[in-house]
Design a protein around this ligand. Structure first.
Ligand code: HEC
Length: 119
C-alpha cells in the first residue's frame, strides 16, 4: 500500500516537472530567423548584431549583451522597454532617429509578446 502511494506521488512529481519544462521551452519556441513578420525583419536589421540572431544575448568585446527573452529584460515594463529602444542606454544606441514611433511601438510588442510570451 505504501509503495502504491509512493508511486502515485512519483508520477505526480514527474508530470509537474515535465509540464514546467514544456512551458519553459514553449516560451522560447518563437524563431526570429523563421519569422516573416515586419518586426522580425526590423530586429534582424537593427538589433541582432548586439542581442544575437535569436535575442538570446551574446558577448561582445568581453561585455555581456542581455537576452531579450529571459532575465532582466523579462522584468521590464512596457514603458521601460519603450524608453530603452527610443532613447537607448549606453552602450545601446537610441533608435528614435532610425525607427518611426509606430515601429518602436511594434518592437516593444514584439519583445513582450513574441520573445517573452506575454500579452
Ligand atoms: C550596439 C549594440 C546594441 C544594439 C544595436 C541594440 N541593443 Fe539593446 N541593449 C544593448 C545593451 C548593451 C543593453 C544593456 C544596457 C544596460 O546595461 O542597461 C541593451 C538592453 C536592451 C533592453 C533592456 C534589456 C534588459 O535586460 O534590461 C532592451 C529591451 C533592448 N536592449 C532592446 C533592443 C532592441 C529592440 C534593439 C533593436 C531595435 C536593440 N536593443 C539594439 C545593446 C544593443
Amino acid at each position: 500500500m505504501l509503495r502504491l502511494k509512493f508511486s502515485i506521488v512519483l508520477v505526480f512529481v514527474a508530470v509537474s516537472v515535465l509540464a514546467c519544462i514544456k512551458s519553459e521551452s514553449k516560451r522560447n519556441e518563437f524563431s526570429i530567423a523563421d519569422s516573416k513578420s515586419y518586426e522580425a525583419s526590423l530586429f534582424r536589421q537593427n538589433c541582432a548584431i548586439c542581442h544575437g540572431q535569436e535575442a538570446n544575448g551574446k558577448e561582445m568585446d568581453g561585455k555581456l549583451i542581455p537576452s531579450l527573452r529571459y532575465g532582466d529584460a523579462a522584468t521590464k515594463t512596457e514603458e521601460e522597454i519603450y524608453l530603452q529602444i527610443k532613447e537607448g542606454k549606453l552602450p545601446m544606441p537610441a533608435f528614435k532617429n532610425q525607427l518611426t514611433e509606430e515601429e518602436i511601438r511594434r518592437m516593444v510588442k514584439f519583445v513582450r509578446r513574441d520573445l517573452q510570451g506575454k500579452e
